[in-house]
Design a protein around this ligand. Structure first.
Ligand SMILES: O=c1ccn([C@@H]2O[C@H](COP(=O)(O)OP(=O)(O)O[C@H]3O[C@H](CO)[C@@H](O)[C@H](O)[C@H]3O)[C@@H](O)[C@H]2O)c(=O)[nH]1
Ligand SMILES: [Mn+2]
Length: 346
């Protein structure tokens, strides 16, 4: 590409509402200056407690002002960023990089396995070539309940991914989708039929996972469903166990397909080895373990990291991030992209 031919994959524009920010910043700066003048004018000339109090108050104010100035560095030139995914697709659709997605969970009571399954499904359903996508779940709680939920999610993905694709579903976490779309979304008979079937299967999965949670264990008749559950037969406890690594969907060779015959992304479960007396370093330790494991399996050049309670509400998120990394001019300076977070109201 010649120098002048450069057409960016993203652009940054000054964020809106800058006038409000400058009004706030300037009025704050003026107020702070007035406080300083006031302090100097009221210096207590007599030694004693009043002077020490003056010194204490002035020091505290000085530190607050210093902290405030530092925080303004991140705010005074706020920008909004816009990506051009159509350009990304035109230039790189056949050469898109492999992406490894890391999700972490740590406690099936605090982070319900059904929620973990929803999050994982929203990631598997990204609008991205499935053979280039691998989803890894790290379970620091080392729970067979979580493993079973992931197994159910792997089965449900075979209908959920084609459904999202065919009807261009925006919210690809099934729970969020079915909470938002409570009635039949249109009178198109093919959509109506498929919607009912997919919702029925989702409700079955939900019931199955809710039942095992109530029971507190995976019952024997379900343990037969996946050989991975045998890993829990040898006295595994949360803080003392061997490594459990299970491939639920092996994306290699496009052997595993959805109900439309399209390949599925890879899906893996990892409970890293834990022994008493060793520091495991919480989420950071889990991410390190996933980097080591994924480097031997899919070794994607891009890593996307989410907590299990952060489902993806935009199927284009991976492509958005790639617009930053793959921009010919500015991409070399970018190592990290943070997506905005939204919080669902309870
Ligand atoms: O031993 C642990 C403890 C936690 N986690 C996971 O780490 C994530 C964050 O932990 P949590 O206790 O839920 O922290 P939050 O305050 O909810 O999360 C915020 O704060 C964390 C710590 O700064 C960041 O890592 C998160 O991305 C950020 O959303 C969750 O997915 C956990 O499952 C583990 O994998 N192993
Ligand atoms: Mn959390």
């Amino acid at each position: 590409m010649k120098k002048d031919d450069y057409i960016p994959l993203f652009e940054s524009k000054a964020a809106g509402w800058r006038g409000v920010y400058w009004f706030y910043a300037i009025s704050m700066a003026v107020s702070v200056s007035l406080i300083c003048i006031h302090r100097v004018m009221h210096f207590p000339h007599q030694k004693g407690l009043a002077r020490w109090a003056w010194i204490g108050i002035s020091m505290a104010e000085l530190w607050f002002v210093t902290y405030w100035i530092i925080t303004q560095f991140a705010r005074y030139r706020a920008v909004s960023r816009y990506t051009f995914k159509d350009r990304l697709s035109r230039r790189y659709e056949d050469g898109l990089p492999c992406v490894d997605i890391f999700v972490s969970t740590a406690d099936p009571q605090l982070e319900p396995p059904l929620m973990v399954a929803d999050t994982v499904l929203s990631l598997m359903a990204y609008d991205y070539p499935p053979e280039k996508l691998s989803v890894y779940l790290s379970d620091d709680g080392c729970s067979d309940l979580v493993f079973y939920a992931l197994y159910e999610a792997s089965k449900f993905s075979r209908v959920w991914l084609p459904f999202c694709r065919s009807f261009n579903v925006e919210l690809r976490a099934p729970n969020a989708y079915f909470s938002a779309v409570k009635e039949l979304p249109s009178d198109d008979p093919s959509l109506a039929k498929e919607w009912r079937e997919v919702k029925k299967l989702y409700n079955e999965m939900e019931a199955q996972i809710t039942d095992i949670m109530k029971l507190g264990r995976v019952p024997d008749h379900l343990r037969k469903h996946h050989k991975g559950l045998r890993e829990w037969e040898s006295g595994v406890s949360r803080s003392n166990h061997h490594t459990i690594l299970q491939v639920l969907i092996d994306g290699r060779g496009n052997k595993e397909v959805d109900i439309e015959g399209k390949p599925l992304p890879m899906l893996l479960y990892l409970a890293r080895e834990k022994r008493p007396g060793y520091a495991h370093n919480f989420k950071a330790g889990a991410m390190n373990a996933l980097i080591r494991v994924s480097s031997r399996i899919s070794n994607g050049s891009i890593i996307l990291n989410l907590d299990c309670d952060h489902y993806s509400n935009n199927p284009q998120s991976v492509r958005d991030a790639l617009c930053f990394f793959m921009d010919e001019k500015q991409g070399h300076n970018i190592a990290y992209v943070q997506h905005p977070q939204k919080f669902d109201k309870e």
